[in-house]
Design a binder for this molecule. Structure first.
Ligand code: ZN
Length: 159
């Protein structure tokens, strides 16, 4: 193991208090940070900050990929740039990924190390508005950790 700068005691420049290690999540990306318990001043780990910026650059990039027919399936190639980055992040990668037809015109791929322990929470609200009046209002709540709490409520207002 190499020595990490966050293994040192880091003091807040404002309060001179010892800063505590925390994880900060930005756009599902986990960054190591230290935070001052007194003034909440935060320092993001410089390596994570750098990688996060790379991630944002990749995220904002649009890739055109080709679809080709292989047997009974269509194969889409994932740009090497993305896979290499994910590999450096060690967050994946067995060769199995989850594919999900999210909505019309959108397919999503999920990579993750421990799929069973990944908690997925989704909430979606859809409103159908007619003449400025909301006539159908639906609320969907999905929590993989508590499937018994999943809800799909539809409210219809009388016309
Ligand atoms: Zn402070």
């Amino acid at each position: 193991m190499t020595h990490d700068i966050f293994d040192n005691t880091i003091l807040c420049k404002n309060c001179n208090k010892r800063m505590e290690k925390v994880n900060v999540v930005r756009n599902s990306y986990i960054l190591r940070a230290v935070v001052c318990p007194a003034c909440n001043d935060k320092i993001i780990h410089p390596v994570d900050e750098q990688n996060y910026n790379k991630f944002i650059n990749l995220r904002n990039k649009e890739f055109n990929v080709k679809m080709r027919l292989v047997g009974n399936s269509y194969a889409v190639s994932i740009p090497k740039e993305i896979v290499s980055f994910m590999n450096t992040q060690k967050s994946m990668m067995d060769d199995m990924v989850r594919l999900c037809f999210e909505e019309m015109g959108k397919l999503s791929l999920s990579f993750g190390e421990n799929k069973e322990n990944t908690r997925v929470i989704k909430a979606r609200e859809v409103r159908v508005v007619k003449n400025g009046k909301s006539i159908i209002h639906s609320k969907q709540i999905y929590d993989s950790a508590h499937p018994e709490k999943n809800q799909n409520k539809i409210y219809r207002s009388k016309e």
